[in-house]
Design a protein around this ligand. Sequence first.
Ligand code: ZN
Length: 511
Amino acid sequence: MEAPPAAPPELEELRARLGELRDLRGVEQVLTWDQNTFMPPGGSETRAQQLGTVERLIHSKLVDPGLVRVLDALEPWAHELDPDSDEACLVRFTRRDQEKALRVPASLAEAMALEAARAYTDWLAAREAGDYARFRDSIARQVELRHQYAACFPEAGHPYDVLLDDFEPGATTAELRPLFAELVARLQPLVDAAARPDLEPNGGVFLGRFDVEEQRRAVVAILRHVGFEEQHWRLDATPHPFAQSPGPGDYRLTTRYSETDFSFVLYSSLHEFGHGLYDAGLPASLARTPLHDCASLGVHESQSRTWENFVGRSRPFCAWLLPRLRELLPGRFDGLDADAMFGAVNTVQRSLVRTESDETTYNLHVALRFELELALLEGTIDATGLPDAWNEGMARLVGVEVTSDAEGVLQDVHWGIGAFGYFPTYSLGNLMAAQMWRRVRADLTDLDDQIERGEFAPLTEWLRENVHRHGRKLRPRELLQRVTGEPLRVDPLLDYLTTKLAAAGFLAPGS
Ligand code: ZN
């Protein structure tokens, strides 16, 4: 084999420039993490300015003529390399990021960051007061900014494609419309058949009085078994759980505590742990480059869902978890066996709040948000009409009546941080997780027994080898194709849910 051509001297300069850029992204993440955890509310205007400045710095470094020159010099060399090599990917992805950034005026990028930070404050106030009117103007301003942003990419098939691309590179409205239509059409009859309005969420098995500190101790003890280490990880409380990794060695999870229901902290922590594990599995060779990142938010979500649902709500995990819960939270889980717990945590119910919804109805909540974001962008609804459209959609898609904006249109943080085009990644993550889970089960034939024995390392290793180690080097559909040998499909998720609901006793035979 011929040796690859020697690297031009510009490669070192490229790495130095990208290292700074990645550091600024890390700084941005620490600032937003702090904003959502410990910052006093009075700091919000200051923080908005700080985030605006960081965003402007990132933008100016990405479009810097020096970086254009370095990429120009490296491109002919990179073309000769294996397209999967770190260097070829680095040049290709940086050029793509740069071309996107060059289209967007620095003033617009800064206005979007500033407005998003202000919107968060408006959203918090509106949600606390249960008064959408306090958030309405902010939604209108943000939609207007998204129009300006989409106009920077006139070649896009649909303005919404431009927003999607920031979270799920390559995803299009034309692809997602039929996908969501199929998902809704197939989930609704399953929900009709399995829904149990007579039962409590999670069968009521996690209800009781739990103080926050005992919950924290219990959940950290459980997370330690799956891979959480205090040296590198944190777990803090926020109203809307998330995970953030400012860089290698620093994985920050947040969770939410309810004093009357342990399921919130248990499943949201497992979920965010899955996100953290993906970040922790990114290869050191890509550190301080833009490739030390996820393939997409959909792929990120496939990892969190794997731990929250595919592992966390499985029969073998319940069998492993139950004795540990009895030890960690004495007296709360007596009179329950693993089969009963498995049934309980797979209870299907129509509910108002996406983050509290069960695995089966969940994607119906996402379908509504996809529909509404498209309608806002297409102008078929405006900020004023959004709550009514929300309530109508909840009745039609999920089958529930919304009684308050706080539990309706104001329930999610996303539109309060300018994240339009983000929601579909949740369903894409669920679909990809189901497709990957099939592959995992085919490869790890002993998986159920491993989980029941509390051996999570083989699964972590599989995910690291097949998904995490690629970082951002593969586009999401390409990664899925390589891992599963197939394109994005609805069937595996539906098959998985149907099989599980039947095993848990929620489907009549033959239904
Ligand atoms: Zn997530």
